[in-house]
Design a protein around this ligand. Structure first.
Ligand code: DGL
Length: 278
């Protein structure tokens, strides 16, 4: 385990969606350096089996370890649901995912004790959100809905498009009939649809963003392990390009373009990685 407080946090996802988690880490833990890996060559994970996602996740953790990271955030909901338990025990490094923090906050938020979860097919099938919620509060009922079209629509940039609105209306109609008061946006891309989802579900339903909750969980974890970077970011000589490093397994230009639409600063270069070699 790396015990260098100045070491970066490793963050990974199946592609670009995990940048919504990076954005929250940048905002809420501004001292921390980040190494991000997006598996753009093998995305989507949301329709793949546990074995495949586990194999990919192991390779990525091994890659991030070569960057001397002090902790790892599995920014992908699908990988968190399918692979976190195993990689947490296999590697000697603190690893957190996005599902647990999202489930925990939703449990604290619901008053009617009726929660909706939207996510990829594999995350919904894993049943992890309902399992974690019921472990904390057995009297809560959880309703899941896979929304596979959201990922390509977001990547197309159609976050405010009438077509996406119509797709969301159809996906969510069943959940809205269940009288939920809390909705977990259980996929990396969905926080980018927040205002559209707000329009569809109305004002009375609380939208839970696991990306934000994960940044708070990471803050607590680093504090507990005494691994917080003590150097205030304004004292650093480092430029953002040194502090935040991005790697992907394909399409680095497309990756950069998406990153620049999500992150609060311009990323200039993303490095290509042959992830199969790890
Ligand atoms: N990152 C994935 C997730 O949060 C969405 C994209 C994919 O299917 O790989 O579940």
């Amino acid at each position: 385990m790396v015990i260098d407080k100045y070491a970066p946090i490793g963050v990974f996802d199946s592609g670009v969606g995990g940048l919504t988690v990076v954005r929250e880490i940048m905002r809420n833990l501004p001292n921390e350096r980040i190494v991000y890996f997006g598996d753009t060559a093998r995305v989507p994970y949301g329709s793949k089996s546990k074995n495949t996602v586990l194999r990919y996740s192991r390779q990525i953790v091994r890659f991030l370890q070569t960057k001397q990271v002090k902790a790892i955030v599995v920014a992908c909901n699908t990988a968190s649901a399918l692979a976190l338990d195993e990689i947490e025990t296999e590697f000697d490094i603190p690893i957190i995912g996005v599902v647990k923090p999202g489930a925990h906050v939703a449990t604290k938020t619901t008053v009617k004790k009726r929660i909706g979860v939207i996510a990829t097919e594999s995350t919904i099938q894993s049943n992890l959100y309902p399992t974690l919620i019921r472990k904390e509060a057995p009297d809560i009922t959880v309703f899941g809905k896979a929304c596979p079209l959201f990922v390509p629509l977001v990547e197309e940039g159609w976050t405010k498009d009438p077509i996406t609105y119509e797709v969301a209306r159809r996906y969510l109609a069943g959940l809205l009939e269940k009288d939920i008061d809390t909705l977990i946006m259980g996929c990396t891309h969905y926080p980018l649809l927040r205002s559209l989802l707000r329009e569809v579900v109305g004002e009375k339903i609380t939208l839970v963003n696991p990306a934000y909750e994960t940044s708070q969980a990471l803050k607590r974890l680093l504090r507990e392990l005494e691994l917080e970077n003590p150097q205030p970011y304004w004292e650093k000589q480092e430029s953002n390009d040194e502090k935040y490093r991005f790697f992907s397994s394909d399409g680095v230009e497309r990756f950069n373009a998406f990153a620049n639409s999500v992150l609060p600063y311009e990323t200039k270069s993303t490095t290509l990685v042959q992830i199969d070699e790890f």
